[in-house]
Design a binder for this molecule. Structure first.
Ligand SMILES: Nc1nc2c(ncn2[C@@H]2O[C@H](COP(=O)(O)OP(=O)(O)OP(=O)(O)O)[C@@H](O)[C@H]2O)c(=O)[nH]1
Ligand SMILES: [Mg+2]
Length: 608
C-alpha cells in the first residue's frame, strides 16, 4: 500500500513557502484572487504529488503575523514541517512563532528550505546558513535537514523533494488503527453535490459510503464521495489530505469533527498542561482568570485560563490549568493547543489536553489526578478519580480519555455501560444490604434505596439488580415493595442453613466435616453441597474441596490487589490475609489461574 504523509509549510511572510509548493507540485496553493493579486497567502492552500510510490501532501499556510490562526488550523494533523527561510533575511518573528507552534504540536521532523539563495553571495550565504542551523539546532525538532533552493533552478527543488521523501521515510509509525477522525479546515458547497469538507485525516481509515458522526451536532452523515489529491478514491486514511462529499451534513464549518466514534462528548472546558514559551521576542505571561484567544484543532476560540494556585505562568514555566471555553468544543486526549497574548499579539504559550472538564468536575481535586495522567500513570489516575467521585462517573471514549491504544481495564473499578464506579463502594453497599437482610430477614424498598443513595442516579438500578440477583440465589424474592425469603421446601431451608454455617466457618470444606457439624449423614451433606453448587453459592475447587462464593471472590480480589502492589504473589503472601490451611490455600491459588487474569512464572503469579 502507498505510504501517505502530510507536510505543512511554516515560516515568515514572503519567505517563499507558496513558491516551493508551486514548484514541487505544479499547483498554485494561492487559489484566492486576493492571494494572487497581493502575492501573499491568506487562507490555507493544498497540493500534493506522488513520489516513488509515496503520496506527499502539502498544506500551505500564510506567514502573515495576523493570520497565525489559519497557520495553526493548517498545521493540525500534519506529520512534518517544511520551513522556508529567506537566505537574505534569515530568522524573523514568524519563523520563531511558527517554530514554537510546530514544537507544541509535537512535530519532530522538519525540512528547512533556505530560499532566495540567488539574491545573496557565497560568503553571506555561508554565514546565513550558520545562523539558520544554530536556530533550528536549538529546538525540540529531532530530525532536521537543510536544502538550498532558488526559484528559477528546478534541480534545487528536485533535491528538496528527495529530502522530503527521505524525511517522510523516517517519520514514526502510522495511525491507521483506531477511530477515523478529521477536523474540518475548509467547508464549501459544490453545485449538484452539496457539502464538501476538507481536512487532514488524523487517524483511522474511511471507505466511501461509510457513516460518520458530524460534531458538535452529533448527527450521522453518509460519506457519498471521497477525494484524495483531487482524485476520487474508494478510501481515505490517516496522513492524507482528504475532501469528503457529505450532502446531509448541516452547515459544516472549520473546526467541526467528522469521526466514526459515536460517543464523543463536547465540553465546556478541559484540563491541560500549559507552558509559556521561553523563545519569545519579549517576556510574556499568562494570568489566572484572564481570557485569551485559544487555537485548538482547526478552531479559534476564547478561553479563560484558571490556574489552580492563582497567579501567573511566566516564560519558560509549565503548569496545570483549566481552560474554560467560550463555546463547546470536542477535545481529544493529548490534543495540542496554542494561546495568543493580548498585547503584543503573538503566540505565547502551548499546551496539551490532559482531561475533559466533565471527568473532573471538582477543580480542587484535579491537581493530583493531572499529575498522574501527565506521567502516564493512567490506571492510578482512574482509581483516584473513582475515589474522588464515589457516586460514579461517565467514562469518555478512549480517544477522549487516555488515547485509543491505552488499556484502561482497571481492577477496582466496575463499569455499567458507560458509567464507572469503585468496586469497593459497590461491594460495600451490597454487603451492607446483605447483612441487614440477614439480621432482619426482610427489607423494604426504601431501606434498599437509602443504601443506594450515594450512587449516581443511573447506577442505582444496575447495582440494585445486582444485589437482588445475588440474594435471589439465597431464596429471597422482591415482591410488593418488600424483599423476603420465599417459603422454601424443608430441604432448601436446610441447605441454606448449611450455607450460613459454611460462611461462618470456611474450614467446613467437605461433606464429612459439614455432616459432622450439622449432625447429619454424609449423603445428605453431599446433597446440600450439590444444591448450593448448582446455585453458584458454593464453588467446588477440587475433589472434596468446597468454599463459599464469597470466600472465593474476596480471595481473587485480594490476589489482584496484592499483585498490583507487589508485582507478583505467592501462597505465603495470601496466607497473611487468609488464615486458612494449605489444603484450602493451594486450590484457591489454582483458582486464580482460572480467572484468566494471571500468568504463572517460577511459582509466582503475575497479572497479565
Ligand atoms: N529571487 C527569488 N525570489 C523568490 C524565491 N522564492 C520565492 N521568491 C519570491 O518571493 C515572493 C514571496 O514568495 P511566496 O512564495 O509567495 O512567499 P510565502 O512565504 O508563501 O508568503 P506568504 O504566504 O504570504 O507568507 C514571491 O514574489 C516569489 O516569487 C527565490 O528563490 N528567489
Ligand atoms: Mg504563501
Amino acid at each position: 500500500m502507498k505510504r501517505s504523509v502530510v507536510f505543512g509549510t511554516a515560516g515568515h511572510i514572503d519567505h517563499g513557502k507558496s513558491t516551493i509548493v508551486r514548484n514541487l507540485t505544479g499547483k498554485d496553493p494561492d487559489r484566492l484572487r486576493e492571494e494572487q493579486e497581493r502575492g501573499i497567502t491568506v487562507d490555507l492552500g493544498f497540493a500534493g504529488l506522488e513520489h516513488n510510490g509515496m503520496l506527499i501532501s502539502f498544506v500551505d499556510v500564510p506567514g502573515h503575523e495576523r493570520l497565525v490562526k489559519n497557520m495553526i488550523a493548517g498545521a493540525t494533523g500534519i506529520d512534518g514541517a517544511l520551513f522556508a527561510v529567506d537566505a537574505c533575511e534569515g530568522i524573523k518573528p514568524q519563523t520563531e512563532e511558527h517554530l514554537n507552534i510546530i514544537e507544541t504540536l509535537g512535530i519532530t521532523h522538519a525540512v528547512v528550505a533556505v530560499t532566495k539563495t540567488d539574491l545573496i553571495n557565497e560568503s553571506e550565504l555561508c554565514s546565513s546558513m550558520e545562523n539558520i542551523q544554530l536556530f533550528f539546532g536549538d529546538s525540540l525538532l529531532e530530525d532536521i535537514s537543510y536544502v538550498k533552493v532558488q526559484r528559477d533552478l528546478p534541480e534545487t527543488y528536485a533535491s528538496l523533494l528527495d529530502e522530503l521523501a527521505a524525511t517522510a521515510q523516517r517519520l514514526p509509525g502510522n495511525r491507521l488503527e483506531g477511530r477515523f477522525m478529521l477536523r474540518v479546515d475548509r467547508a464549501f458547497a459544490v453545485k449538484g453535490f452539496g457539502n464538501v469538507v476538507t481536512g487532514t485525516a488524523v487517524s483511522g481509515v474511511l471507505n466511501r459510503g461509510d457513516e460518520l458522526i458530524h460534531y458538535p451536532a452529533g448527527k450521522r452523515v453518509r460519506v457519498k464521495n471521497i477525494q484524495v489529491h483531487d482524485n476520487d478514491s474508494q478510501r481515505a486514511e490517516a496522513h492524507q489530505r482528504v475532501a469528503l462529499n457529505v450532502p446531509d451534513a448541516s452547515e459544516p464549518s472549520r473546526g467541526d469533527i467528522l469521526s466514526d466514534e459515536a460517543e464523543l462528548s463536547s465540553e465546556e472546558g478541559f484540563y491541560a498542561s500549559l507552558k509559556v514559551f521561553d523563545r519569545l521576542p519579549s517576556p510574556a505571561d499568562i494570568k489566572h482568570n484572564r481570557t485569551y484567544p485559544v487555537y485548538i484543532g482547526t478552531e479559534a476560540l476564547e478561553g479563560k485560563i484558571i490556574i489552580p494556585g492563582g497567579g501567573r505562568i511566566r516564560s519558560g514555566e509549565e503548569l496545570f490549568v483549566f481552560v474554560r471555553l467560550n463555546r463547546r468544543y470536542t477535545p481529544v486526549f493529548a490534543e495540542r493547543f496554542l494561546i495568543r497574548g493580548l498585547s503584543p499579539q503573538i503566540t505565547i504559550a502551548g499546551g496539551k489536553v490532559l482531561a475533559m472538564g466533565s471527568l473532573i468536575p471538582e477543580r480542587k481535586v484535579a491537581g493530583e489526578i493531572l499529575e498522574l495522567i501527565h506521567n502516564g500513570s493512567f490506571k492510578e489516575a482512574l482509581s483516584l478519580i473513582s475515589e474522588k467521585r464515589p457516586e460514579g462517573f461517565r467514562l469518555p471514549p478512549p480517544i477522549q480519555l487516555f488515547g485509543d491504544e491505552t488499556d484502561i481495564s482497571v481492577s477496582g473499578i466496575l463499569t455499567y455501560g458507560k458509567l464507572c464506579v469503585s468496586d469497593t463502594l459497590v461491594s460495600g453497599i451490597i454487603s451492607s444490604l446483605t447483612d441487614k437482610l440477614r439480621t432482619s430477614s426482610e427489607l423494604s424498598e426504601s431501606e434498599i434505596n437509602d443504601e443506594l443513595s450515594i450512587l449516581h442516579s443511573s447506577l442505582k438500578k444496575p447495582v440494585k439488580e445486582e444485589f437482588l440477583r445475588k440474594v435471589e440465589a439465597d431464596g429471597y424474592v422482591f415482591k410488593n415493595g418488600r424483599l423476603k425469603r420465599e417459603k422454601l421446601e424443608p430441604f432448601e431451608e436446610e441447605a441454606l442453613r448449611a450455607l450460613d454455617i459454611m460462611r461462618s466457618d470456611p474450614l467446613l470444606s467437605n461433606r464429612s466435616l459439614l455432616a459432622e457439624r450439622l449432625g447429619t449423614d454424609e449423603k445428605t451433606a453431599e446433597k446440600y453441597l450439590v444444591y448450593l453448587t448448582n446455585r453458584e453459592l458454593v464453588i467446588r475447587l477440587a475433589d472434596k474441596v468446597y468454599v463459599t462464593a464469597e470466600l472465593l471472590n474476596s480471595f481473587v480480589s485480594k490476589g489482584v490487589q496484592e499483585a498490583e502492589s507487589k508485582g507478583s504473589i505467592e501462597l505465603k503472601d495470601m496466607r497473611e490475609h487468609f488464615d486458612l490451611p494449605r489444603k484450602l490455600l493451594v486450590p484457591l491459588m489454582d483458582q486464580l489461574d482460572k480467572t484468566g487474569m494471571f500468568i504463572t512464572r517460577d511459582k509466582k503469579r503475575f497479572l497479565k
